[in-house]
Design a protein around this ligand. Sequence first.
Ligand code: SAH
Length: 199
Amino acid sequence: MEEELMFRIIFVLTYSIFGSIRIYYRSQTIGRESEKEESLMDKPTIFLSVVILAYFASMFIYILIPNWIFWAHLDLHIVIRWAGLALAALGIGLLAWIHHTLGRQYAAKLEIQKEHALIKAGPYNKVRHPMYTVFILFSLAVALISSNLLMIVFAILIAIPFQWITQKEERMLTDQFGEEYQSYMKRTGRFLPLIRRKE
Ligand code: SAH
């Protein structure tokens, strides 16, 4: 099989698995009423939505009309492209674990649910926003699979607004959980575990 076609099929398959997990957990939130909800009309969220729309449009072009996007093709070594697949598989596993742990606390928006519990277990034991880390990791991973510069640029653009979104999310959770969230913040990293020297 032609190499490019093979990587395009791998791209579609990995995205479909990742997307199915997202759709499954998103469907669990339909019709649910939250207790508090933050507005989605702030600049970082609008920026992220526009980037994601443009990203999906380019992805469909990459899948369906690849010739249109071939100008952005990079000659990444095949080992790097396979490493992209390994990273994507890791991302899928982590996403399932994270969603399972966050459970009914998950929402596509910044919300506090009725009887919202503060989750500090599993992936949340060391990192406050593992799901966002996985979004960034996964978009980078599939960018490596596609070996396309545009996909790499989108992966970087997606990472930027999470800096602000997490600040807002942490303010909301501090309002809700007070001291408990503050001490949780002290001992965890935002996107990656804290690296501490041994005492
Ligand atoms: N930012 C987290 C969660 C994303 S889902 C992550 O990247 O893993 C967004 C929802 O998760 C928000 O509505 C917020 O209320 C909730 N949330 C975030 N961290 C939480 C925690 N430690 N415990 C419970 N809910 C949390």
